[in-house]
Design a protein around this ligand. Structure first.
Ligand code: GLN
Length: 475
């Protein structure tokens, strides 16, 4: 029976004729059916992918195999546009909406012969940390079905964990790739802001949003990043900075950490101890460990939620029931807009639109938005200073392992605090990765987060491999 370990191995199986794309696709289609209770996919393009897989098989047999992702089976979070396919942001307001163009990432995947297998469930408009905000039902954590998969890209993380596809693309505005990856025990990479074009990504908070990658291993994330990254005429914030590798001539790598994060009262003690212990072990492995003085932790989550809700309230104003999506047909225009938005936006989305509209309103703008922007500036300056002394920062991904359904969704502030370790990278635009390393006594996986200076994804990937190796040898 087919089993997937890495894109490279899959490629050699294909080339040696031990497997075909049709067989691989059939394996995943079957797994999606068997695991339909997880609710990871909102839609599966069954006939289409079987047809395309057989075309790829025929091409390969006649010597035509040109794509770097030839036959690689990919799932897309329901916020990434795929031409002539539905795109709903897991929201009623866009139910049955079809995209008329491809996102740049979709275009680049297809050009490299990837097979896009389906559209994945997520929190509505990518707002959430548990996937409990989807208009189309919860996604279950495959390891323990009574627990959340994390959010907002829950369906994308679950799909990779449970072998429903090889790779998923999600979006990370404040942790939505890294946190669900952590909750499901897989790799989650958020590239630097601008590294991957946002063209065709449904906007939540445009100065934070970034498309990221879920994979079973670090090499696969690197390979997919290589395909989707790079400047794009359709996204003026996309960057062309080269990837800088780790300086291998350097005697010792330096990893910094924030002692304040490890003492945080929200951090689970088992996670805290595993982090401290691992950091100590790293210092015995020719890695220099530097504690970093950081007194801004308490400002991070408030600044994030002020700025992202402000941007969201503006971005989501386009859903008025007139231009596209579902709408109420009544005679009065403002009634039509009000009814459409009241009926078809979910509770969390409405909360954020209201919060964002409030902080942007006259008389409050300076007290909230300007202050939050100042915090963002201070954080960026502080981060640049930190990276003149260290190669990377290590931190927990989330204060807890995957929590139970309904545990955190009565108090929104409690849920917002779950993002305390991840939003830093989005506020500063730096790349970050979560890698699975440990198992909690409650049976759930957790790992570490690594962050590097702007546009230094290569350091993250190289260091991640090194740390995984170190951890393996410790066992
Ligand atoms: N949990 C965060 C939020 O709700 C992050 C979401 C995201 O990264 N899309 O805003």
């Amino acid at each position: 029976m087919f089993s997937f370990s890495s894109i490279k191995d899959y490629e050699s199986l294909l080339l040696s004729g031990r497997i075909t794309c049709v067989e691989a696709v059939s394996f995943y289609l079957q797994n999606i059916k068997t695991n339909s209770h997880l609710n990871a996919f909102l839609e599966v393009y069954e006939d289409e992918v079987l047809e395309y897989a057989s075309l790829l098989d025929a091409n390969r047999k006649s010597g035509k195999k040109s794509g770097k992702l030839h036959g690689v089976i990919v799932g897309l979070k329901d916020v990434i546009a795929y031409k002539n396919h539905k795109l709903s942001a897991s929201s009623k307001i866009l139910e049955n909406f079809q995209s008329v163009y491809n996102a740049t990432v979709t275009e680049r995947l297809l050009k490299e012969e990837a097979i896009i297998i389906g559209r994945q469930n997520c929190d509505e408009f990518a707002m959430g940390s548990s996937n409990e905000n989807s208009a189309f039902g919860n996604v279950l954590n495959p390891i323990d079905n009574t627990r959340v998969p994390g959010g907002s890209s829950g369906g994308s993380a679950v799909s990779v964990q449970a072998d429903l596809c090889m790779i998923s693309l999600g979006s990370d505005t404040g942790g939505s790739v890294r946190q669900p990856a952590d909750f499901c025990g897989i790799v989650g990479l958020k590239p630097a802001y601008g590294r991957v074009s946002r063209y065709g990504l449904i906007a939540y908070a445009s100065s934070f949003d970034q498309i990221g990658i879920f994979s079973k291993n670090v090499d696969d994330a690197a390979l997919v990043l290589d395909v989707i990254a790079g400047p794009d005429d359709y996204d003026s914030t996309s960057i062309s900075a080269p990837f800088t590798p780790v300086d291998t001539k350097k005697e010792k790598l330096t990893i910094g950490y924030f002692p304040a994060t490890l003492e945080h009262n929200k951090l689970d003690t088992e996670i805290a101890n595993a982090q401290k212990d691992f950091i100590k072990k790293l210092s015995e492995q020719n890695i220099e460990i530097k504690p970093i003085d950081f007194n801004l932790l308490e400002y991070i989550v408030p600044a994030y939620y002020v700025l992202t809700t402000a941007e969201a309230s503006s971005n989501l104003s386009r859903y008025d029931g007139i231009k596209f999506g579902k709408s109420f047909s009544v005679n009065d225009l403002s009634d039509q807009i009000e009814l459409t938005r009241s009926k078809y936006f979910g509770k969390e989305v409405k909360r954020r639109i209201m919060l964002g509209t409030f902080v942007l309103s006259e008389g409050y703008y300076d007290a909230y938005v300007t202050q939050a922007q100042k915090i963002r500036r201070i954080l960026i300056d502080k981060t640049n200073a930190i990276f003149s002394n260290v190669d990377a920062i290590i931190s927990p991904v989330s204060p807890t392992t995957a929590f139970k359904f309904n545990q955190n969704n009565t108090d929104p502030v409690e849920m917002f605090l779950a993002d305390i370790f991840t939003v830093y990278a989005n506020l500063t635009g730096i790349p970050a990765i979560s890698i699975p390393l440990f198992k909690h006594s409650n049976g759930m996986p957790f790992g570490i987060q690594l962050m590097a200076s702007h546009a230094n994804e290569l350091i993250l990937l190289q260091l991640s491999k090194k740390l995984i190796e170190i951890k393996k040898n410790l066992n």
